[in-house]
Structure formats: structure tokens, C-alpha cells
Design a binder for this molecule. Structure first.
Ligand code: OGA
Ligand code: MN
Length: 286
């Protein structure tokens, strides 16, 4: 029997009573899809998964994204978030892996820079540090609902520009190559996602460079204010990892970010799969 225990009043639930590696049947998958819609973040403790089992479970939610060229795990459906080098040693701090991990410390929605951004992400903890390295989530439905009526109306229908090259260069100029910029030109995304069955959600994050119809300074002020509003404690859940946790989140309902840990002395090895989105955030005609 599936047990669903809410983690906060706004988002997150712990899911027990299933063994993912041994397979999940159709009715249970339906219940999990519903739980993801409702709670935005699902925590599955004690799930010993190898890559194949993680991929098989993730595919139950829809086709997976392929990891982009230039990222660890490129071309496969898994992305590796790790400070461990190929020989099993902690990678030196100049390594691109570490810069990528640094980029993950800014609140973001996975792949919001793609024309059709990711629906859900699943992250499994293979090795975790003894302290730090928590992952935080912020409810963009909760944040939107808490804005006043006039502001909600003024945001609906607006378009944000999400730009991978711009956001990565803000972290470190060495993080983005010309080829990557070329591969991910700026894209237009709805600022408010209306499709969520449990209410509209703000959609912003680290890749949101500006708002159409506003100048750069105005855009920045608005984005920074909305991000500060959305990431207040009341709308967040912070996940303290235990080995073999699997955490799944709905990128169209939450922001997330990594938090620091002692990257040069402690090991952290996480494996992520990403369920592809099925539609652009804006109507095609928009
Ligand atoms: C991710 C991510 C944060 C973390 O997997 O998409 O942002 O804490 N991870 O590793
Ligand atoms: Mn991420």
C-alpha cells in the first residue's frame, strides 16, 4: 500500500510502501502522477537504484530528456552531478563539474532554457556528504497565490526570455562555450504557467534574463522581487539527503537549488533523470 505523508503545508510528500527497483504497476503509477501534481515534490526513502532501474521508473512518467552535449552523461538519459572524477577521486576545484555544481546553487527550473522545458526531474543520492549539500525547493504555485489580485492580473500573459548562455556566464565565463550558446539560443516562456491542475504557477529561475515589453533594469527589478518573494521560507522545503533517497519534482511547479558542502574534502554523487515536457509553456500562436 502506498503511503503519502505531506512534508509541509504547501509542498512535498514522503512516499513509502513501494519498492521502485522491483517495478511499479499501472495503478500505482497513476497514484504517483496524481501525487506529483498535488505535492510538487515527492521523496522516496530507501530506494536502492542503479541507473537502469532509475531510467525504467522515470520512463513511467513519460519520455526522458537526453543529457545535453558538454554535460557529464551526455547523450544518455542520466546526468551525473558529482564531485568525483573518473578514477574515483574528488575532482580538483577548477573542474567544469564543480562549476556546474556551483550553477545549481542558483534557484532554477531544470531546462527552462529549452523550447519545451522539462516536466519532472528525479534525483537519486548515491553518495552524500556528512554535512551540507541539501536541496531546496520553492513552491511557485504557493508564491503566485500569495500575490495580490492586481499583481496576479498584471503578470498573467507576460513572457520571460530564458537564456542559457547569459545565466551560465553570470556564474563563470568559463562555463559556457560558443557551441553551447549556439545550441541554446534565448527562448520565450510564459511567466505564469496556467496549465497546472492545482492552480497557476510563477515560472522564472536563474535562466530568466528579462521580461518582454520591459527594459532591462525594470525586468531585473521585477524578476529579483518575484524571486525573493517566491523563495521565502513559507514557500520552501529543504531536503536533507539520506543515502538511497530518490527525490522527484515538478519543474513547472517548483524552483530548486543545491546548497554548499565541503566540495574539496567530502564526496557527493547524485544521478538525475529528466522527464521531458510535452508542450511549450506558451501557446504556439503566441
Ligand atoms: C538537479 C539539481 C541540485 C542538487 O539535479 O537538477 O539542481 O542539490 N540538483 O544536486
Ligand atoms: Mn537542477
Amino acid at each position: 500500500m502506498l503511503q503519502v505523508t505531506p512534508l509541509t503545508p504547501i509542498l512535498g510528500a514522503r512516499i513509502t510502501g513501494l519498492d521502485i527497483a522491483s517495478g511499479v504497476d499501472g495503478p500505482m503509477m497513476t497514484a504517483l502522477r496524481d501525487a506529483l501534481d498535488l505535492f510538487s515534490v515527492l521523496v522516496f526513502p530507501d530506494q536502492r537504484l542503479d541507473d537502469a532501474a532509475q531510467i525504467a521508473f522515470s520512463e513511467g512518467f513519460g519520455p526522458l530528456e537526453r543529457t545535453r552535449p558538454g554535460a557529464p552523461g551526455a547523450g544518455s538519459p542520466v546526468i551525473i552531478l558529482s564531485n568525483i572524477g573518473p578514477a574515483g577521486e574528488i575532482a580538483p576545484p577548477t573542474d567544469k563539474q564543480l562549476l556546474n555544481n556551483k550553477a545549481n546553487r542558483f534557484w532554477h527550473h531544470d531546462s527552462s532554457f529549452k523550447p519545451v522545458p522539462a516536466h519532472a526531474s528525479l534525483l537519486s543520492a548515491r553518495e552524500i556528504p556528512s554535512a551540507g549539500g541539501d536541496t531546496e525547493f520553492a513552491s511557485m504555485r504557493g508564491a503566485f497565490a500569495a500575490l495580490d489580485t492586481a499583481e496576479r492580473a498584471s503578470l498573467r500573459g507576460r513572457v520571460a526570455i530564458h537564456d542559457f548562455g547569459w545565466s551560465r556566464a553570470r556564474v563563470d565565463a568559463a562555463l559556457v562555450s560558443e557551441a553551447e550558446r549556439h545550441q541554446h539560443p534565448p527562448v520565450r516562456q510564459a511567466l505564469v504557467l496556467e496549465e497546472n491542475p492545482y492552480g497557476p504557477a510563477l515560472y522564472l529561475g536563474a535562466h530568466a534574463r528579462g521580461i518582454e515589453g520591459m527594459d532591462e533594469a525594470q525586468s531585473r527589478l521585477l524578476i529579483d522581487r518575484l524571486m525573493a518573494h517566491a523563495t521565502q521560507r513559507a514557500f520552501t522545503y529543504s531536503h536533507k539527503w539520506r543515502p538511497h533517497d530518490l527525490v522527484m519534482w515538478d519543474n513547472r511547479a517548483v524552483l530548486h537549488r543545491a546548497t554548499p558542502f565541503a566540495t574539496t574534502t567530502e564526496r557527493r554523487h547524485m544521478v538525475r533523470t529528466c522527464v521531458a515536457g510535452t508542450a511549450p509553456t506558451l501557446a504556439i500562436a503566441a
